[in-house]
Design a protein around this ligand. Structure first.
Ligand code: G4P
Length: 287
């Protein structure tokens, strides 16, 4: 499947992010825990250069916890701090601030060396659409923080949120875009719901999800759809058994692939198949 989708406003978004970046000390980059590689913007590293950053793996409640740990280790091995959160159930949010402050220790040491009066660290959240930016900001901030007015030396009319004494957070998240040209990336983004459904063939996406489950999580498919545990060679066999079991049928008892596909995708996105990761750090296909 080849998903081509490049709205014209992507360049504009990138420029906006670049200009906001000048005002912050640390970038909090969000990536979907189910597809950490595909949900990151490949240009971000070039854009942020040597600015301190933290990767936050979002929607961890939907991802395989063992694989999420592997991802965090993978990034740490590259010298990038990574944490995981489940904003839906307010889990893990407290570690974001700690991680971000830790990344700015060198900057703070420099201030001290130069006799500069310390100020709150300025942070911004960045991520592709639908990765969970607004949910995270809302849950993280709760009712504890108040908006603070314009600050000297930074663009007027931008709102900053006070995260305790040590940190201010730019309240508008930076929106970046994933790399659509790569069919693997497109497929993974589509599966998690990061691309508009009108642009997709849900049947293809369902095949992809079933393929991953067939390889790594066959027991989840058996359980969710109440299937008989028997050898199945192809994703198509799984797909057809699921369709039959759920009564997604056309006249003449033929499988209604469209309906079955939609159902698999919807249930995957809602976490009903269980906690599933679609990407692994050392999976050749996604590297
Ligand atoms: P964005 O600002 O980056 O575009 O993303 P947003 O926070 O709007 O989140 C996109 C979708 O992901 C929302 O679902 C949101 O509820 C869901 N989401 C965000 N964080 C988490 C999480 O930690 N766990 C889970 N399971 N879901 C999360 P939606 O279907 O678009 O809306 P709704 O169901 O909240 O109404």
């Amino acid at each position: 499947m080849d998903i081509q989708w490049y709205p014209g406003h992507m360049d504009k978004a990138q420029k906006e992010v670049q200009s906001k970046l000048k005002q912050v000390d640390v970038v909090i980059e969000l990536a979907d825990a189910r597809i950490p590689r595909s949900s990151r913007n490949p240009l971000l590293e070039t854009i942020i250069q040597d600015k301190p950053s933290v990767i936050v793996l979002t929607k961890a409640d939907l991802a395989d916890p063992k694989v999420t740990e592997e991802w965090k280790q993978y990034y740490r091995d590259q010298g990038i701090e990574a944490v995981d959160v489940d904003s839906k159930h307010k889990k893990g949010l407290h570690v974001i601030k700690e991680a971000a402050l830790q990344q700015t220790e060198r900057l703070q040491a420099r201030w001290k060396r130069k006799g500069i009066k310390p100020r709150a660290i300025r942070a911004m959240i960045i991520g592709i659409p639908n990765v969970g930016k607004s949910t995270l900001i809302n849950q993280w901030i709760g009712k504890k923080t108040a908006k603070i007015g314009d600050r000297p030396g930074i663009t007027k009319n931008q709102q900053w949120l006070k995260m305790g004494k040590e940190m201010d957070l730019l309240d508008t998240p930076g929106i970046l875009w994933p790399k659509f040209e790569d069919p693997y990336v497109g497929e993974r983004l589509a599966a998690t719901g990061a691309i508009k459904d009108e642009l997709l063939d849900l049947q293809d996406i369902a095949y992809f999800i079933i393929g991953i489950c067939q390889e790594y999580y066959p027991e989840k498919l058996l359980q969710r759809f109440g299937l008989e545990d028997k050898p199945r060679e192809t994703s198509l066999e799984w797909f057809e058994d699921i369709g039959r079991k759920r009564g997604a049928l056309l006249a003449g008892a033929e499988i209604d692939y469209e309906k079955a596909g939609e159902m698999v995708v919807r249930e995957f996105r809602g976490g009903l198949l269980g906690r599933i990761s679609l990407e692994r750090p050392y999976d050749e296909a996604s590297e």
